[in-house]
Design a protein around this ligand. Structure first.
Ligand code: PXG
Length: 437
């Protein structure tokens, strides 16, 4: 029986186009989805960059099932439950030194908005309430809340809402430059100086009014923009020079995507706050978090009287028992199976295979780091995105799931992917590109 699609308004989807020919997954195991017509599709994107340990992992499934049976829900406002604290401790084990405090949310978008509020609360607690402005970056994706789209830099996500965005936000330029850095393998050599634009922006504001800078260490959603060598270190130095907090949005880069727990460790740059979600619990139940430096937590908590709520923020489902239990199980699994190390050891093969597409029809640029890759296509005249959509569709019908945004194909397989499967993903793309006009 074909599924009735009329009632659901689908997110970030061309609803009319999709409903004319729906694509449905009915189950998933390991590296594969199964479609409603019984085909196996290799997951080249870890769902939406989130199922880092692969699908249907037994210990995670069991943790969720057991928890649902024993503690379906517990309030976290003025109450608690053990798994919430355990999940925070397990997460703190793998965060950069000195970043041991965790605030749970239900998504990356909520993590970003929570981080922005946390920053404002911190500055107020330390007597710098005038620090209210944020600096994001062009092409940044920080979720879809009003805070997130305000600091974000993706035109399509902002323009309908532009009259209602948060005030006091400015943006750094993005770091993609095809003239100097096309087909870079890993981090581009060119472009560290782009961080110096922060100084230019600060001259337009009083730096003492800036609360924080927020960037994705590696920009994912916008089409995989790899930071130039030295760029993030420079950004950190400039933030320190002017007393600005630095937020890394690690919703995509967290949990082994680059072969280290977080991009912060990969690049050797420690932010003041990190936003995470997705891989936090292998995406089994909606969950996100803000991780902050101990000093931020201590300052906020110690600024309030003993019986006072220190941070007026939280969600009904903050650290929901099912989410917390699945986070504990996922974090254990990453450790037991050494999946972050596995990602690191696969990254050279991934790089070699994706760069084989150089010279394939329509390919304009190829970018990669860890187990993240992007292939940018030349757009068809007057139809941006059409080529990538057709390539995506061809891959899907030939058993490989890829992602696309505009005319950029994106790849981020689960960290359990094999070398052969990596080869298969890019071979499927190569075949697809030959068939499309
Ligand atoms: N920050 C970053 C860096 C993200 O990539 C969010 C925040 C928001 O997370 P939530 O959980 O609210 O969606 C994201 C989400 C894609 C794609 O294919 C990327 C995201 C979500 C869906 C699709 O590029 N990133």
């Amino acid at each position: 029986m074909p599924v009735q699609t009329d009632h659901l308004w689908m997110p970030f989807t061309a609803n009319k186009q999709f409903k004319a020919a729906p694509r449905l997954f009915v189950s998933a195991q390991g590296m594969y989805y199964t479609t409603d017509d019984g085909r196996q599709v290799l997951d080249g994107t870890a769902g939406l960059w989130c199922v880092n340990a692969g699908h249907g992992r037994e210990t995670i499934v069991k943790a969720i099932a057991d928890t649902a049976a024993t503690l379906d829900y517990a309030p976290m406002f003025q109450m608690g439950h053990p798994k919430a604290f355990e999940a925070a401790s397990k997460l703190a084990e793998i965060t950069p030194a000195g970043m041991d405090k965790v605030f749970f949310t239900n998504s990356g978008s909520e993590a970003v908005d929570s981080a922005l509020k946390m920053v404002l609360t911190y500055h107020r607690a330390r007597g710098e309430a005038q620090r209210t402005k944020f600096i994001g970056r062009e092409r940044g994706y920080h979720g879809v809340g009003f805070g997130g789209i305000s600091v974000g830099g993706i035109g399509g996500n902002r323009k309908h809402f532009s009259a209602n965005l948060m005030p006091g936000v400015d943006h750094l330029p993005h770091t993609l430059n095809l003239e100097h850095a096309a087909f870079s393998r890993g981090e581009p050599e060119w472009g560290a100086h782009l961080a110096d634009n922060l100084e230019n922006i600060l001259t337009l504001h009083d730096p003492s009014t800036i609360a924080a800078v927020i960037v994705e260490p590696l920009a994912g959603s916008t089409g995989v923009l790899i930071p130039p060598k030295g760029y993030l270190k420079r950004l950190r130095e400039l933030c320190d020079k002017h007393g600005l907090l630095l937020i890394f949005d690690e919703v995509i880069t967290g949990f082994g995507r680059l072969g280290t727990p977080f991009a912060a460790q990969y690049f050797g740059v420690t932010p003041d706050l990190m936003t995470v979600a997705k891989g936090l619990n292998n995406a089994a139940v909606p969950m996100g978090a803000v991780v902050c430096k101990n000093e931020i937590y201590d300052t906020v908590i110690n600024s309030a009287p003993q019986a006072a709520i220190e941070f007026f923020h939280g969600y009904t489902y903050s650290a929901h028992p099912l989410a917390a239990a699945s986070a504990c199980a996922a974090l254990d699994l990453y450790k037991e199976e050494k999946l972050f190390e596995r990602a690191a050891s696969l990254s050279q093969h991934f790089e070699d295979e994706i760069h084989r597409l150089k010279g394939a029809p329509h390919v304009k640029d190829i970018r990669n780091l860890g187990l993240v890759g992007g292939v940018e296509l030349n757009s068809r005249d007057g139809a941006v995105g059409a080529r990538a959509y057709e390539a995506f569709l061809h891959c899907y019908h030939h058993g490989v799931l890829v992602r696309y945004t505009g005319d950029i194909l994106a790849f981020s397989p689960p960290l359990i992917v094999s070398e052969e499967q990596i080869t298969q993903i890019f071979a499927a793309v190569g075949e697809a590109l030959k068939t499309i006009a």
